[in-house]
Every structure is written in structure tokens, then in C-alpha cells.
Design a protein around this ligand. Sequence first.
Ligand code: CS2
Length: 490
Amino acid sequence: MTQPLGRQSVPAGSLIGASAPDRTGIVHLGLGNFHRAHGAVYTAQAMAAAGGNWGIRGFAHASDRVVTPMRAQDNVYSVLQLTEHGTEAGVVDVHRDTGVAVHDPQAVVDALADPAHRIATLTISEVGYSRDPATGRLALDNPDVAADLAPGATPRTTVGMLARGLEKRAASGEPFAVLSCDNLQSSGGVTRSVVEKFLQAAGVSDDVLAFVSSSVSFPNAMVDRIVPKTTEDHTRLVAELLGVQDRCPVPAEDFTMWVLEDDFAGGRPAWDLAGATFSDELEAYEMVKLRLLNGSHSLIAYLGILSGAPTIDVAWGQDFVREAVLGGITDDYLPSFTPPTGFDAESYVAQLDARWRNPLIGHATTQVGTDGSQKLLQRIPDAALFHLRDGRMPHHLALCMAAWIACVAPPRGFTPDPLSERIVEPARDRLASAVDGAVTVLDHVRRIVGGGFFPEVLAAREEFTARVADLLTIITRDGVRAAAADVASA
Ligand code: CS2
């Protein structure tokens, strides 16, 4: 029987970076696998290089799935790197306290206001920003946001907690940075906009608004590391490699990347010494990541799900998927933005190929396919509009949209592969009511693209909706391979 992992039983030589001191300097919201294998690792390495009181006070949003085992083992855990040339495990010891935000929202508000804390990092996923898909602004009519805005309410949304935390912090006037580590274009700007909108709607004083505008920074950032869900196999592998029983290890690829704007009003860890890049070309880096990696990832996932492929490497191993994705990169994504200085598209795509091919990652297509109604907003409309405005049809983006609809809101008479049932799609019910009674596939697609689920400017491009409807018709009649072939020959 291997001994349980804890601060006293970290195997010699296995610590990644440095252990954090007892004082915490960072509040992290969204304590999932991605943060634990990404930002937390950079922070441990930054402290090894340059010290600092950058221990993390971490909050999961609503679930104790990670918090319970972390607390039982002094908040340390292992990261398991799965590469084709070997598997390695190391232990991360930077979280000094963990909890569940909705169980004690006041603890989050107080932590954000505590002058000892200088940064809040967020990995709350696209859904966590409570935005209206049609406008990109805070969705004031979202019932959870509306409830948080009621006078005297205890906030339950992350945006509400952040806003109330900053409102309280205004009393001390201590500078602060809120760093979004999610896959959003203009991640910092978006975060500032939803928080400020909340504060305005809540009717806070001008002093609070002035504090947030002048003393709280919201740097933009691009994050990258493929981190799947933890399975029993990962737990077993860690026990074999480290000789300890870790109840919440994190599997990850070895690739990792973080590009940030250097705008931290209250100081920051030496993340640059841990391999992060500070740049003033964030918009370009975000586009590279969101379009070439994430946009393509969605296409791999939905084509994969429709052809019964359970994991990204299996989906990517099918010729029709590779052709569609590489065509999408070349024809639709690459021309749609100006990359950062020195960017080498060919080697970036070769690296993506190696990352998606890795059979050890076991990244579920349904995990990538989850929350499509929020994720696709970052991955399709802007790139599609770039082409549509010039009279070109972005066929591969239309295919991605059609494949997503086929999975989560299929037209009557079509039943997608049973894998699609494992996609967590928060808009599933609303999509189903939107398409209820649609008589043609075109009508079906119109009710989705133009039904408040996507920006109005995209819905106004009727030719795009029509192409999505064409491809959806082919998927339902002749299958997903036929739809990909139609795109290849367009
Ligand atoms: C994926 C991302 O689930 C998804 O939507 O595209 O989580 C992706 O694995 C990461 O952004 C990689 O950095």
C-alpha cells in the first residue's frame, strides 16, 4: 500500500519549482485541471527562480470534486506529463488554501479585498464571464446575474464575486490585477468590461468605479496547454512513478505556453523566469491560439463525434478530419489575422499535428465539444466575417457550425452518434426550443444563427447561414464525410 501524498511525503526530487511560503499573494478562481497544470506550475517555478509571497488561495466555483482531495493532502498534487518519449510526474506545492466559492462567497470577496493579495487569476472557462452571445457584453438578463444584482444579494456568479471583492478593496485603495487565463479574445478587456458593467448596474459609488478604472489592471493573456480529465489510469501511473497515492493528479501534455501583457498594478511573480513571455502583441497571440488551435480543435471534436471518434488523436487520425482541419487553417484561419512578429505558421502547424496526434493524452472529443455555444463565439464569427465582408465563403467555418448543430441541436429525423449525448451544452434546452417547429433545415439553422446565440452581424450574413444549412443537410442525409468532401471540393 503506497502512502498518501501530503506536504510531508513529497518524494525527494519530485517538487516542481518551489513550495510557496505560507503567505498568499494570489487569489485563483476556477480550481480545475487546467490551472493546476498551467498557471500554478509557472508560479511554482517563478518562486524557485526569484522567491516572493505568491502562494495561491484557490477556489473552485461550485464543485468540491478537486477541493476535497486537495485539502486531504495539504493542497499538494502531482502533474503527470504524458509524452511519446516517456511519462514523468512532479509535485506542485503552491496552494496554501482551497475552498468552494459558492459555499462561501464572502470568503472570496474578503480574499479579493485583502491587501496582501495582489493578483486574481481566473480559469472559469468562457461560460464564467456571463456574457450575452449576441452583444458580447455582461448579460444583465441572465437570471444568475440578475439575482446577484439584487440589493443585499450574496453573489453566486464569478463576475458578481469579483465585482463585490473589488468594491470592498476600494476602501484600502490597494492596487490589484485581474488576470483572465481563459480562451477569450481580448481576455483582459472582456473581464474589465463585465466587471465594470456589473458595478455600474449595482449602482456602486463613483469612488469605487474610479478605483477600478485607475488602480486595477486587467492584462490580456494567451494560455496554452492541453489538459484532459483525470482518470484512474493517471492515479495508478503516479503511484508507480512517485510511489505515493495522489487522489487528484493532473494529466497534461509537455507543451506549455503563456504570453501576457506586463501590466500588473500590484506586482507579479517572476513568471518570465519560468518560461512565460511578456509581449505587447497580445491580440495577435490570442488570434493564433484561438483560431489555429482552439477553432481547429472544435472542428476536430465535432467531426470526430459525428464519426464515433472518442478522443482527439483518434479523430485526427482520420484523413477526412485532417484534410478539413488543415484546409480550414490554410483557407479560413491563417488569412484572417496578422500574426505576431516572427511567427512561423508552418512550424506552429507541425507542432499542432504532433500535439493532436499524441495517443497518451486521451483528450475526449466530447470534452472539447462541451460548451460549444460559448466557445464557438471565440472561434468562428470574427474569422468568418473577415471573409464574408470580402465576398468569400469560409466553408470550413460553416462546416464546424453545421457539425456542432448536428451534435447538439440536430434537425428532426437525424440522430447523431451516441457520443454526442456526452457533450455538456448549457444552451441545449434553449436551442431545442428555438428550433421547435422549424420546417426546413434552412429555417432550423436561421433560428440558431439568428436566434440570439451568435452576434447579429453574423446572422445578417444570410449566405453563411445558407451554407451552414447546406452542410447540415449533407451531414443528415449522407453523413459527415460527405459534408467534408463537399467543403474540400468547394
Ligand atoms: C480546447 C481547449 O476544450 C477546448 O475547447 O480547445 O481546452 C484546449 O485544449 C486548450 O485551450 C489548449 O491550450
